[in-house]
Design a protein around this ligand. Structure first.
Ligand SMILES: O=C(O)CCC(=O)C(=O)O
Length: 291
């Protein structure tokens, strides 16, 4: 895999050359979105959120459930009184771990953004909104947020996929992911790997539920894959059409990240049947998982 290092600093405004690059490759990556102080506050916020959520199980505020699809054996804790949801890596027994071990074992928070001002400030961060508006136009809408952790040694892979397999918004090219590194993300600890693709071609791959919502690797030209190493505080802006994956983390370094998804102001939510006619493979099959 080709490794992309030495990223440019996040510019104050995107130049035409950036927009052309985004359309050509489906992504833009920069260093220095967040300061060290901001990174530390976000990491501490994640730690507290993890511990509060698990303590909430004992207090009856959260419920422990196995993953609905079962295959990945992710243990999920759902908050009863909020949308916040935490997932642990397979096999983790949340009741058997001390605080530090718990914080080293979670895989994902869904809907973390309103769980405190440190997180909420990301929604109005002018550096994020500047690039986002340049790519999506004004008035775009945050519709999904998650805090992703790929813990040292036990972090599992996220298989190849396009994020559009999870959504039903159209137009397809108006979905933007923003992936923010809180630790140095490297090839070894599971940085983002992508296959650069022309956004305007809207190439959609068949997804099947194997591990998660996966593109069959045989359908991808993996010789074109790029591992994008992003230093802590750096960011990747990427199209919902970009095929990407993150491998397992066998290293001793944790790899935490935050991910926001925005949709353009004029996007509309389709029902699954209509979406299947928009997000479809070149041979006319619905591209999203059917189960
Ligand atoms: O951060 C990761 O490990 C993968 C994130 C991702 O691709 C996703 O959640 O769709």
């Amino acid at each position: 895999v080709k490794i992309i290092r030495k990223l440019p600093d996040l510019p104050a405004t995107l130049a035409d050359q950036h927009l052309a690059q985004f359309n050509r490759t489906g992504y833009l990556a920069f260093r220095n979105l967040l300061s060290e102080t901001e990174i530390d506050a976000l990491k501490e916020g994640m730690r507290q959120l993890c511990l509060e959520t698990v303590r909430g199980i004992e207090a009856g505020r959260c419920e422990l459930r196995s993953h609905p699809r079962g295959t990945t054996n992710i243990c999920t804790v759902n908050q009863i009184d909020s949308d916040l949801q935490i997932q642990f890596e397979p096999g983790v027994d949340v009741h058997a771990l001390d605080d530090d071990a718990l914080v080293r074992s979670y895989r994902k928070f869904m809907w973390f953004i309103d769980a405190g001002d440190t997180f909420r400030r990301l929604k109005t961060n002018p550096k994020i909104s500047g690039v986002r508006d340049a790519l999506l136009g004004p008035g775009s809408i945050l519709f999904q947020d998650m805090a992703l952790s790929k813990p040292a040694r036990i972090g599992t892979e996220k298989p190849w996929h396009q994020d559009l397999a999870y959504f039903t918004y159209t137009p397809l090219e108006e979905i933007l992911g923003i992936w923010i590194a809180l630790d140095d993300a490297t090839l070894d600890n599971g940085c983002m790997q992508v296959i650069p693709s022309l956004v305007e071609q809207r190439v959609s791959y068949k997804h099947t539920h194997v591990l998660d919502c996966d593109i069959n690797e045989k359908d991808l030209d993996l010789s074109r894959a790029e591992a994008v190493e992003i230093p802590a505080g750096g960011v990747m802006f990427f199209s919902g059409l970009l095929p990407h994956h993150t491998p397992p983390n066998h290293s001793d370094q944790s790899r935490r990240a935050l991910q926001l998804h925005y949709r353009g102001a004029n996007t509309t939510l389709l029902d699954k049947k209509s979406y299947a006619r928009v997000f479809m493979t070149p041979d006319g099959r619905p591209a999203a998982c059917e189960n």
